[in-house]
Structure formats: structure tokens, C-alpha cells
Design a protein around this ligand. Structure first.
Ligand SMILES: [Zn+2]
Length: 506
């Protein structure tokens, strides 16, 4: 069959070249990013923007001649972010930089104007109980004041060695003291808001620095009646110092979110049917939802547009795949891989037929790491598929075979748990954890389009190769190594059920 092999090699090269050319000369990544991030915006589960995104994706696929549908898997607390406005009104006027946390209750229409109080350093929980009535009618400041808004890399560059060391030591001591302060109240940083709310606080002010210039993490509130607002490091520090020095700052907070009852949640599933082996599947995977401190550009807008672009290119260059190609745009990954876990639960026949799944979800960078996820023979197929891609795309990729199975972190884990050969296309970090992951700065400007284009090409080629592979992939699991921490043999991660009715106590 030498003749056949040569013909296949020639076809492969031809297809790969066409994929690269289409990706480079007719890229749709920029318009996709604009429409998704700039126009639709963040995609928090249960918000109207998430629904808009699902509808938008189905429409896009239709334009490319690909069938797609929104598949319901559950329901969530419906909530819509509105305007957040925070101003210092006394002793001087300053508009502050901050925002309501996700699912935070709104303020009354006119906003709330009030003074502030800091969590005190009390002797024990009894003393805290005695102090609690002081929060009545006040905004409570629940975060430590940061000693510096400069990230460590900036100190490293400019500070004297002694000064940098001193700052770090002081900050460590301050962190320890603050942890101790919260502990002595008898609450945790997570459940203290509830106690403050019960005691009559009219709002919670926090600042959750992400250790980069201007970057804060924006997660969810944990109150039922009062607003929780995150302020920038410096604005929080300004208020904190004023309170400490007795200047009695007064702020006005307007937070205009809406409660929308209970709303359905979806995955968007696009399908290019297979011609020879329609019951075997290549899945392109990326979660569609995001947190909503910004627009979720790198978490996971870039993974989303990578998979959409790869699918578009495949449909154009390779419209009749041997195996079925599915694109899974999962909902509610951020609250525990819920969309993908639901898909796995609802479609055992597809999971059984998975030839390979490729997931991307750690930022805008080009792919530099791929693990075999514990599948004993992953090297045989992943290795040969990767060889088909141009060297410029693969030269920085470090592979680990067979690797160990991922138990979480992103949606591939939902499939790995079921024994389906699912892989994470892991990106170069581009300061992901400090600057964009779940922050107020995860926006369009952070996207590195050349790297995303690289990833769309890689994904399209891997999908093509996996689809055309003469063999079914092996799902044999490797014998897992000892866990160095416990000294016991690692076990394969277990399948977990999704939360299909969420957000009630978020
Ligand atoms: Zn993510």
C-alpha cells in the first residue's frame, strides 16, 4: 500500500498548507473577537449576555454553513449587571474606580451615601460579636490595605535589594496579621460578609488585588441584601487611610444590577458530520462563559474564537471529514465545569465515540505544552498528528507522554474522567494569572492575535489528522505514578455531576 501512503502524505501536506493559508490570509479572529468581547461583552452564566453569545455563535456557524444549536443543560439564577458608580463625597470629591461583584444585590435607585468602618482587630469572636452593632448604617471595609500597588517585578527592577526584601518581609507580616484578624472574628473571609449584612451593614467594600498594576480579581458577592463592591487598590487604600486617620470619609455607591429570576443555561454545539465514521468524534472544546469583571477576552474569549476559527477553516478546506467534528462551547465552566459535565452525562454515546478532544483555556498565548493525560498510547497518535503541523507552529511545544490525567481546571477534565482521550492545548502565560485571569483587565487589548492564529492553525491541523487517522485512538490508561505528597498511588479522576440549578447561594 506504499502508493496509498504516499497519496495520503501528499493530501495531508496539501490540506495543511491550505489550512495555514486560510488562517493567515483570511483570518476572522479580529472580527470574532470584536463581536464577542466588545459588543456582547462578558458571559457570566445566567446573564442576558451569555444568552446573546449563544445565539451569536449559532448565527456565525450558520453563516459558515455549519449546523449549530443551543442545548439546554440546566438553569441558573438570572442576573444582569448595571452601572456601578462609586464616589468619595467627603472630605473631598473623587470618582473612584470600582465595580459590583457578580450576583451582588443592587443598591436603592438613588444609591447609598454613608460612612465607612474597617474590620477591627479584636481579641476573639466574643469581642467581635460585641463590636458588630457598630456596622449599622455603614460600609464595611473587609480587605487588608496593600503596602504597595507596584507588582514585585517592578520592585525587583528598581528597588535596592534591601528595600525590596524589607517590603516583602513587612508585607508577609501584614498578611499574617490580617489573616489572624479575620480568624479572631470567628468567621472566614468568605462568610464574614453574611454576618456583617445581618448586623445591619449597608454595603461591603473590598479590594482583591491580583498583584499586577491596576488588576483586581472580580468574583461573586456572598450577600443576599446588600451590595458588595470591589475598589481598585489605590482607591481602597485612600479610603482606608482616611478611616484610620479619623477623617471620616463618606462615599456614595450606586449599583444597578437586576435580578431576572431563574433562566435556562446552554452549551452551544456545532457539528460537521463525518462521512465514513460518523459515530466517531473529534471535539474542539472551549468554555464559552466568563467572569464579568471585564469581557473575558483571554478567559476564555481566545479559546472560543480559536475553536470557531478552526471550525470555519475546516468547513472550508475539509468539508467532508471522515469522522464527525463537534465544537463544544460550554456554559458555566467557571462554577465547576458544569456545561461540559452535563454534556458528558447527557451524551454517553458521543463520549464513547471520542477519537480526540482538544481544549484550550489558559489565555491568549501560543500553545507550548501538551500532556498525554495519562493515556498510555497517546504519544503514538498525538505525536504523529503534531508532526503534520509546520515546525513554526510546533517548535515550542513541550509534550509529556503519557502524563497524568487532569482532574479539573478546564473542560477536558470532564471527558478525561470518563476515559475519553481529551487533551489540553496549554498556552504560554502572557502574565495570565496576575493580569487577565478573572480580573477587571481581561479585555480585547490583551489578545495576542498572532498567537491565537497559531493556535487556530494547530487546532485545525490536529482535528484534521485525528479525523483522518486510519486507526481508532487507544484509550488504554497508564499505570499512574505515586503521588509524592501522599506516597500513595494516584487514581484516575472520578466523573462528577454538574450543578444544573445554580447561583442560588452564590
Ligand atoms: Zn477559563
Amino acid at each position: 500500500m506504499l502508493h496509498g501512503i504516499i497519496a495520503f502524505a501528499q493530501t495531508t501536506k496539501d490540506i495543511v498548507d491550505k489550512i495555514v493559508k486560510e488562517a493567515n490570509e483570511n483570518s476572522q479572529l479580529e472580527p470574532l473577537a470584536h463581536e464577542l468581547m466588545d459588543v456582547i461583552g462578558p458571559r457570566l452564566v445566567g446573564t442576558p449576555q451569555m444568552q446573546k453569545a449563544h445565539n451569536w455563535a449559532v448565527e456565525k456557524y450558520a453563516q459558515w454553513g455549519i449546523t449549530a444549536k443551543n442545548e439546554k443543560w440546566g438553569q441558573w439564577r438570572g442576573w444582569e449587571r448595571g452601572i456601578t458608580h462609586v464616589d468619595l463625597v467627603s472630605p473631598r470629591v473623587v470618582s473612584l474606580s470600582g465595580m459590583q461583584l457578580a450576583w451582588s444585590p443592587s443598591t436603592p435607585k438613588k444609591g447609598i451615601t454613608a460612612g465607612m468602618i474597617i474590620i477591627p482587630d479584636v481579641a476573639d469572636s466574643l469581642a467581635f460579636k460585641k463590636w458588630l452593632p457598630n456596622v449599622k448604617g455603614k460600609f464595611v471595609m473587609v480587605s487588608m490595605i496593600q503596602p504597595t500597588g507596584r507588582p514585585d517585578y517592578n520592585w525587583e527592577e528598581f528597588a535596592t535589594k534591601e528595600s525590596f526584601e524589607k517590603m516583602k518581609n513587612d508585607r508577609d507580616a501584614q498578611n499574617d496579621a490580617w489573616r489572624e484578624r479575620i480568624k479572631k472574628t470567628g468567621y472566614t473571609s468568605r462568610n464574614i460578609n453574611g454576618a456583617l449584612e445581618k448586623a445591619g451593614a449597608i454595603g461591603i467594600i473590598q479590594s482583591r488585588w491580583s498583584e499586577g498594576f491596576g488588576a483586581n480579581k472580580i468574583f461573586s458577592a456572598n450577600t443576599t441584601e446588600i451590595s458588595v463592591v470591589d475598589l481598585s487598590l489605590e482607591d481602597y487604600g485612600l479610603l482606608y487611610r482616611m478611616v484610620e486617620h479619623g477623617e471620616q470619609p463618606i462615599i456614595k455607591v450606586m449599583a444597578e444590577s437586576k435580578e431576572l429570576g431563574t433562566v435556562p443555561t446552554f452549551n452551544t454545539i456545532a457539528t460537521i458530520p463525518g462521512t465514513e465514521l460518523p459515530n466517531e468524534y473529534i471535539i474542539l472544546s472551549a468554555h464559552f462563559d466568563s467572569w464579568d469583571g471585564a469581557t473575558g477576552a483571554t478567559d476564555n474569549g481566545t479559546g472560543t474564537i480559536t475553536m470557531m476559527e478552526a471550525a470555519r477553516i475546516l468547513k472550508k478546506i475539509y468539508p467532508n471529514p471522515k469522522r464527525t467534528i463537534i465544537v463544544g462551547h460550554w456554559g458555566s465552566e467557571e462554577q465547576g465545569l458544569n456545561g461540559s459535565r452535563a454534556f458528558v452525562e447527557d451524551h454517553p454515546e458521543i463520549v464513547e465515540g471520542v477519537q480526540a478532544l482538544f481544549n484550550q483555556d489558559n489565555g491568549t498565548g501560543r500553545v507550548v505544552r501538551i500532556s498525554g493525560q495519562g493515556f498510555l498510547n497517546a504519544y503514538d497518535y498525538m505525536g504523529s498528528w503534531l508532526e503534520a503541523a509546520p515546525e513554526s507552529i510546533t517548535k515550542e511545544i513541550e509534550t509529556t507522554f503519557p502524563g497524568t490525567p487532569g482532574g479539573g481546571g478546564s473542560d477536558y477534565a470532564s471527558f478525561v474522567a470518563e476515559g475519553a482521550p481529551a487533551f489540553s492545548l496549554s498556552s504560554l502565560n502572557w502574565s495570565y494569572f496576575n493580569y487577565t485571569w478573572h480580573t477587571n483587565l481581561d479585555t480585547y487589548d490583551k489578545i495576542v492575535f498572532d498567537d491565537v492564529r497559531n493556535n487556530a492553525i494547530l487546532t485545525a491541523i490536529l482535528a484534521y489528522m485525528a479525523s483522518e487517522d486510519p486507526d481508532r485512538t487507544s484509550k488504554e490508561k497508564s499505570v499512574l505514578p505515586m503521588n509524592p505528597r501522599t506516597g500513595e498511588q494516584m487514581t484516575w479522576p472520578a466523573t462528577r455531576s454538574p450543578n444544573r440549578d445554580g447561583g442560588k447561594n452564590e
